[in-house]
Design a protein around this ligand. Sequence first.
Ligand code: ATP
Length: 598
Amino acid sequence: MESYLQKVLKYKVTTESPLPVSKKSLDEEETKYSLKTESITFNESLINDFHDSLTDSISEGPESNFIQKIPVLSYAPNLHSSTDMTQKFLSAVLDNNYDKCKNMLEKFTINELLLDINYISDDNQSSLHICAQRGYMKICEAILDYADSPQINIRNEFMQTPLHLACMEGHLKIAQILARSGADLNSIDKNGNTPLHIASKAGFTEIVSWLLSRGTNIMIKNNDEKTPEEVGDEIIKVLYQKYMKRTILLTGPSISEGLKNEAKKVRISEMGEEKTKGKVLYEDFVGISQLGKGSFGEVYLVCKQDSGILYAMKVLRKDKIIANNLVRYALTERNVLSYIRHPFIVSLNFAFQTSDKLFLILDYCPGGDLASHLLQDKRFTEQRAKIYLCEILLALEELHRRDIIFRDLKPDNIVIDKEGHALLTDFGLSKEGVYDNSGAKSFCGSVAYLAPEMIKRNGHGKAVDWYLLGVLFYEMVVGIPPYFSSNKDELINNIQRGKLKIPASLTVEGKELIKDLLQRDPSKRLGAMRDALEIKQHVFFRGVNWDSVYRKELRPPVPNLHPVPNMRIPKEKLYGENSLNESTRIYGWTFIAENDYV
Ligand SMILES: Nc1ncnc2c1ncn2[C@@H]1O[C@H](COP(=O)(O)OP(=O)(O)OP(=O)(O)O)[C@@H](O)[C@H]1O
């Protein structure tokens, strides 16, 4: 089977157009374009390299391992009892014996009867608790990657989840892995403490900063009536003050209002899980037409029956996601979208699942994606490109503020709302917890949209998004991405050392911006020092009122909106198997946004 990376790295060149054909599924392309398309893939060794680098990306550090889930059918169930296996596994975890754990996970979690990954031992620990407490990152990852249904929010007798323990012991990376796999950031232990209380009390500044950037609830009071801030020392309190300053800036006039909302949001999302437990949400949505197609599913226009509101429904097929070990990517997308509210980032309203599929219900942007506009208009005026650039810059600024890099910036991932504004969508490749300029090591994204440091695989950070902003600007005003060649080796080579050709027709400021953003050395690139602020101050943006950009006061061209087609997509096609079988459940997926919970 073709791997995810092969898919990601594969692009199509029609004989009629030098541009990659975007957003078509491989199946669709293979049939529809079979006569006209030439498919260019990397050679095996390069793909293997890419594979290795995906390994890096999945984990937070060089130590970690990303494991392929390979069913092993030759075990002899009669020889081992469930408790035996589980006890052996727990002692291998306690010994931090990664190889043994991996081996057992490979062999014995196919059938939960043999190895109960959620077993709580007599001394009150599940395997995830042990890993989280002792900092065994590789085993923690292996459990999350291999085990069929590890309960990420499993509790010990003190009602502590593994995340509580990771925060108690200062294991930031483990906390991040758990969070990305759906751990509840606001769960409360027996003493009413959230992970934020625990990290604050223990004085783990990095963990506190990270939890705050994730929008965790800072208003929850523990059994002593103390908020997380109140249990921290002076150094910790400074972090809260910084966080609150930023919150006021972004979310409105009064702290208390903003914070009240935070608290409310959490309460509601907790209730949301409850509400949806027995209720099948997908019945509420009627499929109308297909909006787009990605590597792992489709995006449909749907209508919520009770409200008549139109949404974009992104569907991911569990078999493909699981087969390609991408559950964590899917959870990242769901997680990032669930806590970010920004005028230029598509909002997530609901997330739910059936046995076969995962669903994200997003705000519908009826103007289509920027790639189709470019295909239609060939290129944009600098003025028009500038509007989209300003809007996307603010979206990236918000992500970076929360230590998330987007990494997959390209016209296909920018959708246009009914007034013509640009919004980021598709967070499948975004990465949380990136604090500097070399935190992430994966080599990903479509070929023409790779930054030089991604090709070099020396690690990449936030500056990658500024390079890709330069690529986007270039493509918008020139019509093709910089360094473009229909030969993949040449393209890679060009990106690394080719001469940048900028049309003379662009303004001096525009040319300067392109050069400054496409600077190959990330440490010298515009944005490397002071992130978005540095770019906003570039001469190209002179005179831009960023507050008015934020308020959507710029006037991009209004898209031609087509009437909603009077069609229905059969439920079976949309939802597949109409039940939620516990064995295929992906934990931490369900989500109902505050505004939608009535
Ligand atoms: N909110 C939205 N409103 C309207 N159309 C959308 C929306 N989100 C996505 N689309 C359409 O669906 C297409 C695919 O969406 P998206 O990129 O999220 O899918 P994907 O499966 O993640 O793709 P990829 O193969 O890049 O991973 C977009 O290019 C766009 O045309």
